[in-house]
Each structure stands twice: as structure tokens, then as C-alpha cells.
Design a protein around this ligand. Structure first.
Ligand code: ADP
Ligand code: ZN
Ligand code: MG
Length: 491
């Protein structure tokens, strides 16, 4: 959707945007942050609750150790310094989905600070600062829709109350919506790789508030920022930022002043709307949580957690490029998820030629997934199946045409490569005399190309292989065909 504001490029170029992101991530613990209730999405409303997460008087919170381990692991993966002693604080505000009247969070002594994340930009790799990473609990959910009396009533589901969260606050280091998009993509990837969250935006496991301001290029002082809230995909965040930047430039250009406020993005209209101005913003009256002791993460515990760090996506890509001789583009696709990368590596190590496995994924598999509207994880052909196909092709037991046909069948029938291959066992012509006859015909029909070959243009051999393969209806044994074509041309 096109945004509603259009600034002439000449004017746009006079300004620079400044962007900082606040990302909330739900942790994948079995139980909630301060009680034993199940931490699970999609349960019937108000079934996973207890006196602690309902905020009943007298109930006391007990910190979930696993949540601390996850938060610490994420902190280390994001290059943060983990504080040995951090403090929980009450963030007070009044809202129907917050029965306690406050959220347990961290304020001036957060779990971790001073991190960074490297992102690719058109000018090269850029290091973006992470100000802090702190622990907190989620609130419940108001349900405004879906009930017979929704026109007059709002319902509240408190299952989400007390879900462990980490909030990751970036420095105002991003300068374009693309950089923000890259930051979020990398951040999510790391969060998912470390296993601390599923990063599922539709289910709200990952939520982002985007802060943005504009300033004339060359000016050091930041402009006044607006905060865009509740945008539920990275693409929409990028679009919301693009809109917001133009809106702010237009205000400044017409002599006005940007007001500090919270705005909501409407994806259908491609624009943002004011939700509340800074004047109405909360005063949270933070104070240290009296019911929880300081959180101590000793060096020994930190080291133990660090020992569980998986290979992170960036490092993994670099290693895979070196180990399998694949391209950066291949590595990007193949590391889309940790499970997928694991599968690929297991297959690639067992396969005769890992590059062929990578190529098949990148070409034949990706193409069919796109056409079928499937994600990599939903592929009917497993990595093992791809490796099997690659080996057959490598051994010349399967022509590329046959391979394509088998892949098509796998997608039509939602079946893996192995069983389809066993059943179909494509015909292959491996009889030298039959193939030689076909090659002779092709050579006779193309004297000009034969001439070129004889004059030293050896690459023309591929043309003859192609023509003969076509004549065999894709059934010639490719290895044998290759060998015979060369032999014939040399004679
Ligand atoms: P607030 O006090 O309004 O919460 P913070 O200083 O805590 O603001 O910053 C919140 C987020 O906004 C951070 O991610 C930060 O990088 C970003 N930010 C701060 N100032 C600006 C600005 N002028 N323009 C864009 N982003 C900003
Ligand atoms: Zn509970
Ligand atoms: Mg702040």
C-alpha cells in the first residue's frame, strides 16, 4: 500500500531519520515468571491462572530460574554485559488486563547492558548498539471482539499475566527503515536460534515498538521522536517507519514541530495515527520490588549458561560457506532455521557432493516451495530426500529432467523423494549402442557445431549432450552420455 504522504526526493534527501527499537520477547519456559502456572499460548481463557499471577493479596512471587537462564543466554548472544546483581522493580499503571496494578520489571539496574548486533547495509556491515536487556512479566489480554455483546462489553483473559519477557532496547543507531528491518530480522534469528523464544509475531511472542525522529542532514542534535506501537510484522514496521519519516519531514518543512507521542499503524491504510501525546503518557512511579530479592547471576552460573550457547547464525553461515563451498546466498537460505540447518548439514555430510545438495535446495526445491506457497519447514521433500536425489544425480543415475519430474511428483503427492523414487524408478538408457546411435544422429544433424568443436571450442560438447539427452526424452544415463559424446567428437 502506498503511503499517504509523498515528499519530493530532493527534500527527502535533506533529512536523516533516527530510529531506535524496543523489542519484547516471550520466553519459552514451561511455567510463568513468578508462579507455577503453565506458560502456554492458546489455552481457554483464564485457565492458566493462580493467586500469584492474578495478583491476589498476600500471594508472593518466586522467580523462575529457567527464565533467568534464557534471559542471560539471550544477553550473551547479543554481546551484552550481564550484571552480577540486578534489581526487579514495580512499574505501576492501571489497566484492565493488569490485575496487580503493576508489572514486575527492571528499571535502573537491568540484567544486561552495552550489547550490539551487526547488520548488513548497502555501505557494509554496521554495528548497532543495544542499550539494555531486562526481564519483566507480561500483562493479560483484553478481548474487544468475537462475543455476542462485543459492542458493549470487553472481556479479559489473564492467561498471559506473568509470562516471562525480555525487553531489548536498542540505541538510536538506525538511520533507515531497512536497517531497522535488518536489525529485527537478525535479532529474531538469534532469539530463535538460542531457543529462548519461538519469535512468533502472530501469536505475540515477539513485539516491537519503533521510535523514530528526523533531523536535517549534518545536524547532531536529535529531533523529537514519535513511537509507533503494535505493528505485527517486520514488513509493516518498515512501512510504518517510511510513512512516519515522511510525515515528520512534511511537518518540519512546513515550519511546524513534531510532537512527542505514541502512534498506531494502520496496515490497510499504510499510515499512522496519534494514540496519545507525551502529556498523557504514563508516570510509572517505579520503585524496587519489595517481594523479590536482588537477582544474582554469579560468574560461575554465567559461564555455565554461556557453555550452552549454540553456534549463532552468522558464525554458522561463515563456517558452512567454508566447509561445503556454498555461496553466501545458499548459506542464507540453508540457515533459515536451526532445525533446517541441522538437517542440511546432516544430509550434506552424508552426501557425495554437498554443493549439489545446496544447489538443489536453492533451485529446484525453493522454486517449488514458492509456487506451492510453502515454507522450507513444510517441504514434502526432506533434506534427506534432497541428498538422495543429489547422490543419484552425482552418480549419473538420474538426469536433471528426471529429477525435476520426480520433484514435481513429490509435491503433487506430498511425499518425500525416497518413496517416490522407489516407486517410479525412472527408466534410464544405459545401453551404449542405443546412446551412440542417438549421438550419431545429433552429430550428423549439426555439422556447424561439429566444425566449431574440431576448431577447439570444446564447450560445444555440452550442446551435443543436451541435444542427445533431448532425443532420449531425458532418459539417457547422463554420465555415460557425457563420456560417449566426448569420445565421438574426438574421433
Ligand atoms: P523514553 O524515555 O521516551 O522511553 P528512551 O530514551 O528510553 O525514551 O528511548 C526509548 C527508545 O527510543 C530507545 O530505543 C532509543 O534508542 C529510542 N530513541 C530515543 N531518542 C530517540 C530519538 N530522538 N529518535 C529516535 N529514537 C530515539
Ligand atoms: Zn499463576
Ligand atoms: Mg525509556
Amino acid at each position: 500500500m502506498a503511503s499517504a504522504v509523498t515528499i519530493p526526493p530532493g527534500i527527502r534527501a535533506k533529512y536523516e531519520a533516527v530510529i531506535g527499537l524496543e523489542v519484547h520477547v516471550q520466553l519459552l519456559t514451561e511455567t510463568k515468571a513468578f508462579c507455577g502456572c503453565a506458560n502456554k499460548f492458546g489455552a481457554p481463557p483464564n485457565t492458566n491462572v493462580c493467586p500469584v499471577c492474578l495478583g491476589l493479596p498476600g500471594a508472593l512471587p518466586v522467580l523462575n530460574k529457567r527464565a533467568v537462564e534464557f534471559a542471560t543466554l539471550a544477553s550473551l548472544a547479543l554481546n551484552c554485559q550481564v550484571r552480577e546483581r540486578s534489581i526487579f522493580a514495580r512499574k505501576n499503571y492501571c489497566y484492565p488486563d493488569l490485575p496487580k496494578g503493576y508489572q514486575i520489571s527492571q528499571y535502573d539496574k537491568p540484567l544486561a547492558e552495552h550489547g550490539w548486533l551487526d547488520v548488513p547495509t548497502p555501505e557494509g556491515v554496521k554495528r548497532l548498539g543495544i542499550t539494555r536487556l531486562h526481564m519483566e512479566e507480561d500483562a493479560g489480554k483484553s478481548m474487544h471482539e468475537g462475543f455476542a455483546d462485543s459492542a458493549t462489553h470487553t472481556y479479559v483473559d489473564l492467561n498471559r499475566c506473568g509470562t516471562p519477557l525480555i525487553e531489548i532496547v536498542s540505541e538510536p543507531d538506525m538511520r533507515t527503515p531497512d536497517e531497522a528491518f535488518e536489525y529485527l530480522t537478525r535479532l529474531r534469528e538469534i532469539i530463535v536460534y538460542t531457543g529462548v523464544s519461538d519469535g512468533n509475531m502472530e501469536e505475540g511472542s515477539l513485539r516491537c515498538d519503533a521510535n523514530v525522529s528526523v533531523r536535517p542532514r549534518g545536524q547532531e542534535k536529535f529531533g523529537t521522536k514519535a513511537e509507533v506501537k503494535n505493528v505485527n510484522s517486520f514488513r509493516f514496521i518498515r512501512a510504518a517507519l517510511e510513512y512516519e519519516i515522511e510525515r515528520q519531514i512534511e511537518i518540519v518543512e512546513s515550519g511546524g514541530r513534531v510532537v512527542q507521542e505514541t502512534r498506531l499503524y494502520n496496515a490497510n491504510e499504510g499510515r499512522t495515527y496519534s494514540m496519545r501525546s507525551k502529556e498523557q503518557a504514563h508516570d510509572y512511579r517505579y520503585f524496587p520490588e519489595p517481594d523479590l530479592p536482588p537477582l544474582i547471576v554469579s560468574d560461575a552460573w554465567k559461564a555455565e549458561i554461556a557453555g550452552k550457547m549454540p553456534e549463532l547464525p552468522e558464525a554458522r553461515r561463515a563456517r558452512m560457506i567454508a566447509e561445503y563451498g556454498i555461496t553466501a546466498q545458499d548459506a542464507q537460505t540453508l540457515t533459515a532455521t536451526r532445525a533446517f540447518a541441522d538437517q542440511f548439514e546432516a544430509a550434506a555430510r552424508a552426501a557425495k557432493n554437498p554443493r549439489r545438495v545446496a544447489n538443489l535446495v536453492q533451485s529446484e526445491l525453493t522454486m517449488r516451495l514458492k509456487a506451492a506457497g510453502l515454507e522450507l519447514e513444510q517441504s514434502p521433500i526432506t533434506m534427506k530426500g534432497v541428498a538422495q536425489a543429489a547422490d543419484l544425480a552425482e552418480d549419473g543415475k538420474l538426469s536433471s529432467k528426471q529429477l525435476k519430474q520426480l520433484f514435481d511428483l513429490c509435491f503433487e503427492r506430498s511425499e518425500d523423494f525416497g518413496p517416490v523414487y522407489e516407486r517410479e524408478k525412472p527408466q534410464q538408457i544405459s545401453d551404449a549402442a542405443t546412446l551412440e546411435k542417438m549421438i550419431d544422429d545429433v552429430i550428423a544433424a549439426n555439422p556447424a557445431q561439429v566444425e566449431q568443436y574440431r576448431k577447439g571450442k570444446k564447450t560445444v560438447a555440452a550442446f551435443f549432450v543436451g541435444q542427445a539427452m533431448k532425443a532420449s526424452k531425458g532418459q539417457a544415463n547422463p554420465a555415460l552420455l557425457n563420456e560417449l559424446v566426448t569420445k565421438k567428437l574426438e574421433n
